[in-house]
Design a protein around this ligand. Structure first.
Ligand code: MTE
Length: 396
């Protein structure tokens, strides 16, 4: 097995080779191009080949958009987002989950106790709140994710509600806090967040032990994680070891100032006071083009434009494509694989008859009538980026 030190040395070395090359697209179109991001080199992370390295101090791996071609993301291609070091040693037999706080009967459960509870499955598109941060201008600090801090898997495990019911939530219990087993470096505050009791008791919120039918891997929270479907990824605590029912929202760095969004739109570049913000919950409506790739050279004739679209707690109603800078929009065909919290794959057969430079744009609409905007709402932490996606292609 590769030790964490070896692993970090390998990916640090790979990062040194990371070329800061921008996508060189010289032609001028009236539609502004998405800002070019530094191209992270695909690195040979053990078991996670082909992923894009966005940070190596704490492992952050982005899924290349070409991998959005399967409805369920194979686990080795599922993005990874860590705020801290992953736990070094985790013994499934010794692992325990404590359930306490505003409950009648505090519990301590092992994996075998969880296995005795009814298992529930949820296909969930997990997206990091910071996905697309790299496209915001002015730039904001934080991991400069491109399009791929999002993936979809079939998660399974007991319902969080069944565990909370066994503990007996008191009427004073309004929020549920999760603590993971991450190794907290130095004086950094631990990654602890809470969700409202209503979401914790929702029949689809899980203590997930499996992903795509196999036990969770370490990157994704082995042996158990919270799974808060449709919400920003940070609501799904990995390496879960403590569930605590609280009277109020957990007061900690990762709830405030972390993971909050301005109550009112702000001017790009402007600061926002904490009291004018609210915690992030569900994801935005969004689509991404996974092919053809940005900068592709295509031939006149049929071209299949394809990608994925998701909408958090809503469903996708339609995805449209524009090949004329947003003047007209054409319906795409939605894939047949469909579950409430999962993305929909889509495709559009485009028949360019003239050579030239084109911007292909995708726009999703959800069942709550939310439409993917031309410009995402800038915010100081760069969360929830969801502007109409675009790739530029050359047809000859
Ligand atoms: N849980 C713990 N304990 N520590 C973390 O750093 N990162 C969160 C969440 N759960 C995190 C965590 C964030 S920000 C995201 S987006 C998701 O995990 C990513 O899940 P994944 O790495 O399985 O894709």
């Amino acid at each position: 097995m590769t030790s964490r030190r070896e692993f970090l040395e390998r990916i640090s070395a790979a990062a040194l080779f990371t070329a800061g090359t921008a996508r060189a697209l010289s032609w001028a179109l009236p539609v502004p191009a998405l800002p070019a991001l530094p191209q992270s080199q695909a690195v040979p992370v053990p078991g996670e080949d082909g992923m894009l390295l966005r940070s190596y101090r704490f492992v952050d791996l982005e899924t290349p958009v070409e991998d959005f071609n399967s409805w369920l993301t194979p686990v080795p291609h599922f993005f990874v987002r860590n705020h801290m070091h992953e736990p070094v040693e985790l013994d499934a037999h010794e692992w325990r989950l404590s359930v306490g706080g505003e409950v009648e009967k505090p519990l301590t459960l092992g994996l075998s106790d969880l296995a005795k509870l009814e298992t529930h499955e949820v296909v969930n598109t997990l997206e990091c709140a910071g996905n697309g941060r790299g496209f915001y201008r002015p730039q904001v600090p934080g991991v400069q994710w491109g399009r791929g801090a999002v993936s979809t898997a079939r998660f399974s495990g007991p319902r969080m509600r069944d565990v909370l019911d066994r503990a007996g939530v008191k009427s004073s219990g309004k929020h549920v806090m999760f603590r993971g087993l991450d190794e907290v470096p130095g004086k950094v505050p631990p990654f602890i967040r809470s969700i409202p009791i209503e979401k914790a008791l929702d029949g689809d919120t899980l203590i997930a032990t499996h992903m795509n039918g196999r036990p969770l891997t370490k990157h994704h929270g082995f042996p158990a994680r919270a799974l808060t479907p449709g919400w920003v990824g940070s609501a799904s605590c990995k390496w879960l070891t403590e569930i605590k029912v609280l009277e109020t929202e957990f007061a900690g760095t990762f709830m405030n100032p972390g993971y909050r969004f301005p109550n009112q739109p702000v001017k790009p570049g402007e600061a926002v006071k904490a009291e004018d913000t609210h915690p992030l919950t569900a994801l935005n409506v969004k689509s991404v083009i996974s092919g053809p790739g940005d900068g592709s050279n295509l031939k006149i004739g049929k071209v299949r434009v394809h990608g994925a679209a998701w909408a958090g707690e809503a469903d996708i109603a339609k995805v449209e494509i524009s090949t004329d800078k947003g003047a007209t929009w054409n319906p795409t065909k939605l894939g047949h694989e469909q579950e409430h919290y999962a993305w929909r794959l889509w495709s559009y057969d485009w028949n360019p008859t003239q050579s030239g430079e084109y911007a292909l744009m995708s726009r999703a609409t959800d069942t709550r009538d939310r439409v993917q905007p031309m410009t995402a709402e800038w915010n100081p932490s760069g969360y929830l980026y969801n502007a109409v996606d675009q790739v530029r292609v050359h047809v000859s």
